[in-house]
Structures are given as structure tokens and as C-alpha cells.
Design a protein around this ligand. Sequence first.
Ligand code: PLP
Length: 382
Amino acid sequence: MVRRYLLLSPGPTPVPQEVLLEGAKETIHHRTPEFVNILKETLEMTKYIFQTQYPVYVLSSSGTGALETAMVNLVNPGEKAIIVNAGKFGERWVDIAKAYGIIPVEIKLPWGAAVTPEMIEKAMKENPDVKVVFTTYSETSTGTVIDLENIAKLTKGTDVILVTDAVSGLLAEPLKMDEWGIDVVVSGSQKGWMLPPGLAFIAVNDKAYAKIEKCTNSRYYFDLRKYKKSAPDNPWTTAVNLIYMLNKAVKMLKEEGIENVWARHKLYGEATRAAISALGLELFSERPGNVLTAVKSPSVPYVPSSNLTKVMRDKYGVTIAAGQEPMKDEIFRISHLGYLTPFDIITGITALEFALSELGYKVEIGKGVKAAEEILFKGLVG
Ligand SMILES: *Cc1c(COP(=O)(O)O)cnc(C)c1O
């Protein structure tokens, strides 16, 4: 059988031809005025993605590098930080804090739960000495999106800094950094950006930057003071060809319009959720978002998700994600993130129906597809 690979994973995501071809252009020296101008133009445009007027810094790392950057530039060893931990990526904030001797004040929730503004308000009241709150906008391990807009109201106008890991959430979910008053937003190229892995982003407002300047924590490569000082250039060698690609991807996203990008993800999310319930399966998250759909593995008969993802990938060429530890085989995650057409969603659900049937879970072939198509048709045609 012919297979064409389709990435329905929450990173990496598909990259358009137009963007890939930009990456094939000649590598020029990163300190030439020619390249610095490209970098400057690119980062100016990139502010639009964050809906911010403040600087966006680009790092040559995966998303985790931007998480570490946020942590080490804002909190000193021995100080406390409020951290929402409701999945793998919340846990990563905690791990980074601990690695630097920062004391996590955890809002620890079961996987699949969504932190509420009230929970954060309570933690802030109980810990008035804590000046930074770390959240995860879209918890990719569970498919949960939090009410970031209302959470930001708690810190806006106070001396508490709100940081959000929007590595996967940016572009898939509405995010208005300045209007909502989020102080630091981080993201990563292989998620909603239509780019390969390799770049991370951190947008920082003036309130957060004032704190960064006072922070005495040790840092070197990820020292944002160095990035600010070098701007519009980077302190280190920039990933030249990835910047060409970023330039193109942001132009494409701007042309589509950020509201339309958000609407596209919402439509795919709704279609996928409709397909899942039509197939008699259950969503895992209590507040599912439009980055990905996390689904409980079938229990009668039990189909461990690693078997499902293997059949879908090896037989049909469709890559979805199993769960992350400790939920590895208990959930599977279908992403609708990034450069995908409505027909990619249909392909994914078709492959899911085939693979589930093959693994013994009773499926009426076409039932999930029909449910998804009805939503997509209404959204696209009317
Ligand atoms: C992908 C992702 C990250 C970063 O992972 P990397 O592998 O370092 O790129 C961080 N947070 C969330 C929510 C993510 O989805």
C-alpha cells in the first residue's frame, strides 16, 4: 500500500512546501546587515502572533529552552514560585524550578483537570510573598486548555508576573498578550507555527523585564539581558535558515489572519470531538481545547493506545500520539495543530476507525467521519 505520512501529533506538525523551500536558500553570515535586517523584520512581524507590542526573542532550542529561560530570568534560588501542575508540562515547570533551587508552590491537579482563576487567586492570597505564577495554556499531555484570559485579570496591575507556556497553545487558541495582560508568553516552532523543530520564542513585557533586570539567578546562554542588549541581532549564532522559514511562515499566518487561524483550529477541534463521541469513545479532558483531542483508550475490549498509534502509523501512515507517562497506554491524542486541511482531519479519523476495528473495538465504519464531516461542512460551506 502507498503511504503518505500525515503528522497529527502535537509537535512536530506538517510544514508547507513554501516554508521548506525558504530553508533551502543560501546560508549567509548571521552578522551581516543583510541577515540582521531579515531577523529584525521577522521578529517585528512575529509580535503579531503573540498580539503584543513588546519584544519577542527567538532562541535556538526546543520549547523547553524557553521554559528554562522564563524560570531562570525571573526567580532566584531560594525564592518561591506558584506553579500549576496538571500534566507533563506543568510538571516540567516544577522540575526546572527544582533544578535551580527555586521552591515550587504547586497547584497540583489530577491529569485532565483545568486550573480555575479561583484556585490561582487562592494560592496568591495564601502566598503573598510569591511574585511569579507559572501556567500552561494548553497542557499537551491531557488536551486541556485553561481560562487564561480570566487568570490574567488576577495579576494585571499587580506586582505579580504571569508566565504562560503557550508552546502548543499559541495559534491554536486565542491569546492576546497585551490586551489580557500576560507578562511572559513562551512558544516553540514545531507546534502551531508550521515550522520544523528548532526555534523557541519568548515574549516579555516591560513589567516582566523590570523583574528580569533585578533577578540575580545564574544564567548564561538563556540570559535575556544579553538578548535585549544585542537586539535586533542575537547574542549567539542565529539559526539562519530557520529564520528564513519563520519569516515565510509568519507571512502566511498574517495573510490568513490570526482570528481565522484560531477559527480553523476551533473547527477542527469540534469536528474531532464530534467524531470521537460518534465512535462511542470518551474525551479525557474536563476542558478540552483545540490544540489536540485526548481520548480515553477503549476499555471493552481494552486497546492500549500504543497498539493503536502503531497500527495507525505503520499501516496507514498517520501519526497520532499515545499518552505520556504515567498515562501512556490509557489515552491517545489526535492533534489538529498547525498546517492541516479539513481533509487531513477526515483522513485521521478514517485511519482511526480502521485501526480501532482491526484491534477489535467495534466501530461502524464511517460513523466518526460522518459526524466530523457534518461539522466541517457547516463550518466551511454553511
Ligand atoms: C511541546 C511542548 C513543550 C516543549 O517541548 P520541547 O520538546 O522542548 O519542544 C512545552 N510545553 C508544552 C505545553 C508543549 O506542548
